[in-house]
Write a protein that binds this ligand. Structure first.
Ligand code: SAM
Ligand code: ZN
Length: 443
């Protein structure tokens, strides 16, 4: 008898899911379970009946928050091509771990321990699987395409791995992740930066993220010669036709890497190989066998959309998040990887959040230097976005007392000032309160 593989949602996934429309909680209904596993069912948003939908199906064990027929055609075209790719090239390779670590460096396997992790665009789930094996508390791989079916099959045995069909632009989660990563996805989106921002928005303060994108630098030969071919031909023909057509460049790649790049890189200190065209990248993939190299060639030719991102632009994405500890590095001399930590909201880190022009740490200043100006009042000129300038004059609030610098150092707060003044009051022969009572009382 043919054994039909069962696909399931693990209960622990439900705690992380929210309605992508309104952020509301989701109720599970009509669930068909096997043990703790939810095979089929529906997730219904408690936020009410709102467009476009408040009902999300679970089919073949995967919660579905997006489908190709309901997203914009440019997104759907990319996802459809990759969907075919990842349901065809489902092989596993022992080199995936090392390759993945290259893409997310300096992150190491130990980093995943006990973290709640999100992968944006998980494809066939090879990295979701690794994150789960490396000890993530839970890792959720999302993908828009039918690649989720392969991802699910690759991860279903791992209790801490989950797969969700969703659009990276409209994620069904709150801001709860300790770590989010995305490898080889953002540059295929119609708006890569918006996809990046949407992913990072799900990382909690103090959490980390890693992204890897194609670089503009050193890839001029691709943008000049390969892109027109990809855009005009290979992304337009049927994936099955491309599967066969792509064998030709794969033969050339395979022979070059096995007969030239790999041997020369292993010869002496590899100095000779440094002169070879595109050596870093071709050497990096030279250990892969035919099947994996065919996947790589197919992958480069199938996508209707591919952007090549400059370092400057990439750095701007990361900077705009306000993230700390930004590390950008050049990978295989053809791509950019970025790792960073989202700023925290604790006072400990306030200094870090401060814009440099307001951060006086390490600079020598004179305390109270401006007190005379403050006493007189001060004027602020506000340069507005429309080019106009508004002027505002600030004076000390009525009743406020200004402590001069020599006095101020003895009084850290208002209470210390009041305490000192109360002790002086007893020395005043004719106390103001009494005098006022006398002045204002009936004669
Ligand atoms: C080149 S593959 C990379 C897959 C995986 N990260 C890996 O390295 O094996 C790009 C993936 O992004 C997915 N993708 C494309 N557009 C997407 C979107 N709008 N939302 C989520 N995933 C998307 C594709 O379906 C595909 O699986
Ligand atoms: Zn909702």
């Amino acid at each position: 008898m043919l054994e039909v593989p069962t696909k399931d949602v693990k209960d622990s996934l439900l705690q992380y899911l929210r309605c992508p429309g309104c952020g509301g909680g989701l109720d599970l209904e009509a669930a068909h379970r096997e043990g703790a596993e939810i095979m089929e069912g529906e997730l219904i948003c408690r936020g009410g009946d709102h467009p476009p939908t408040n009902r999300f199906p679970i089919t073949r064990g995967i919660p579905r928050f997006a489908s190709l027929d309901k997203v914009a055609s440019d997104k759907a075209a990319t996802a459809a091509s990759f969907g075919w790719q990842w349901t065809h090239f489902t092989q596993a390779d022992e080199r995936y771990a090392e390759q993945f670590l290259g893409w997310i460096a300096p992150v190491r396997p130990e980093f995943f321990k006990d973290k709640v992790v999100l992968e944006g665009g998980c494809g066939k789930g090879r990295h979701t699987q690794l994150a789960a094996r490396w000890g993530a508390r839970d890792v959720i791989g999302i993908d828009l395409s039918e690649a989720v079916e392969s991802a699910f099959a690759a991860t279903r045995e791992l209790a801490n791995a989950h797969v969700v069909q969703a659009d990276i632009y409209n994620l069904p989660f709150p801001r709860i992740f300790d770590y989010a990563f995305s490898v080889g996805v953002l540059h295929h989106l119609p708006d890569p930066r918006a996809g990046f921002e949407s992913l990072v928005a799900k990382v909690k303060p103090g959490g980390h993220f890693s992204v890897w994108v194609y670089g503009a630098e050193n890839n001029e030969w691709i943008t000049r010669w390969i892109n027109p071919l990809r855009e005009g031909l290979t992304s337009r023909i049927s994936p099955r036709a491309l599967l066969h057509l792509s064998k030709l460049p794969t033969v050339m790649l395979y022979l070059a890497t096995k007969l030239i790049y790999r041997p020369l890189n292993h010869l002496g200190n590899g100095a000779l190989a440094q002169h070879l065209f595109y050596n870093d990248y071709l050497n990096a993939i030279s250990g892969f066998g035919w099947r994996e190299q065919h996947t790589i060639v197919f992958d480069h030719l199938v996508a209707p959309t591919a952007f090549y991102i400059s370092r400057e632009e990439f750095a701007d994405w990361l900077r705009e998040t306000g993230a700390r500890n930004v590390q950008i590095s050049w990978h295989n001399k053809n791509s950019w990887r970025g790792e960073s930590m989202k700023k925290t909201k604790t006072s400990k880190n306030k200094k870090v959040e401060m814009r440099s022009e307001y951060d006086f740490a390490g600079k020598t200043g004179v305390r109270g230097k401006y007190y005379q100006d403050y006493r007189r009042g001060h004027t602020v000129r506000i340069h507005k976005a429309n080019g106009t300038v508004a002027t505002q004059h600030f004076t000390l609030q009525e009743g406020a007392v200004m402590l001069e610098p020599d006095v101020r150092k003895f009084f850290p707060n208002s209470e210390s000032v009041n305490k000192a003044l109360r002790s002086l009051i007893s020395l005043i022969p004719d106390k103001p309160t009494r005098r006022r009572a006398t002045d204002e009382g009936p004669d």
